[in-house]
Design a protein around this ligand. Structure first.
Ligand SMILES: O=C(O)CCC(=O)C(=O)O
Length: 290
């Protein structure tokens, strides 16, 4: 089983799994999501993904949101998130996919993806840490080093927002794929992209994916979405993930008030992220424009 999920992940660039939220945790996480979504929509929580802005920095130009940032932040006081992020079930899968030990894992991002409420929104086709302007050779180099981390979406409601091109985590774009992913503009129909598929996640299902797979997403204001959106890294990758992770502004993770909320595994994972933060020496820039 473990061989097969890693093989699928390595070959396709993603794998879908169920059962990573125990039934008794599901309602707890849903209730925590309801509270942070409502604080974000009523303006109490400023760390959000703002409609109209696809990538960080998200700014504040629109009052509608498509995501809640930093759900483990101690100011939110929602312990269910860190408890789940550090849980045995999740750590077991991540270590299999990254072929590392739990003692190598570095804590990274934990955000929440939600439906906007006033109008629908979409993200353009992108790879999370490769510019749309990268040459074929630059794309190849970037893809070759992107195996020290994994990202995942865990749906609490049915989620049909994400589109991906299976296998594109290993291949530079074809000329046609390049022409459909070179502007800042989201696609009118994501399925026009050669090789694209739409993922459907049922409540409780998780897609683990290589975040440099070619992907995009569409958000319908009428369809409830609360999808846990996280990533973890293998600290043996050194600085490879620094820009992509630290661009989200993680100073809040450096204080004792966050550290004190974590269990022993969480504290150890955090300390590996803080080493990366220290060694990056300040502003790392942003992965993408738009
Ligand atoms: O909404 C999603 O599922 C994808 C989000 C995404 O592509 C991103 O954060 O870069």
């Amino acid at each position: 089983m473990s061989g097969s999920i890693k093989d699928t992940y390595d070959n396709q660039g993603f794998v879908v799994l169920g059962g990573l939220i125990p039934p008794e945790r599901f309602e707890e996480l849903k209730a925590a999501c309801d509270r942070v979504i409502s604080r974000t929509r009523n303006g109490e929580w400023a760390h959000r993904r703002t409609v109209g802005k696809q990538f960080p920095p998200y700014g504040d130009d629109d009052s509608d949101s498509w995501g809640v940032q930093h759900v483990m932040h101690p100011d939110l006081g929602e312990s269910a998130f860190a408890k789940w992020y550090c849980s045995d079930a999740l750590v077991e899968v991540v270590t299999q996919l990254l072929a590392c030990d739990a003692g190598d894992l570095q804590m990274e991002l934990f955000n929440l993806l939600i439906n906007p409420i006033s109008h629908s929104f979409a993200l353009r086709w992108h790879r999370d840490d490769v510019s749309e302007k990268a040459t074929e050779q630059e794309e190849q180099q970037a893809l070759a080093i992107w195996h020290h981390g994994v990202q995942w979406n865990t749906a609490l409601y049915e989620d049909r927002c994400l589109y991906i091109v299976p296998g594109s985590h290993k291949q530079p774009r074809t000329p046609e794929q390049r022409s459909l992913s070179s502007s800042q503009v989201p696609p009118e129909n994501p399925l026009d992209m050669p090789g694209a598929i739409q993922l459907t996640l049922h409540p409780g299902e998780t897609v683990f994916y290589n975040s440099n797979i070619l992907h995009c997403a569409t958000y319908d204001s009428k369809t409830p979405r609360a999808t846990l959106h996280s990533c973890m890294g293998d600290s043996r990758g050194g600085s490879t993930r620094a820009r992509n992770i630290l661009q989200h502004g993680l100073e809040w993770m450096t204080g004792t008030s966050f550290y004190d909320t974590l269990d022993a595994r969480g504290k150890a994972m955090l300390s590996r992220l803080l080493d990366l933060h220290k060694s990056s020496g300040g502003h790392v820039g942003y992965s993408l424009d738009g």
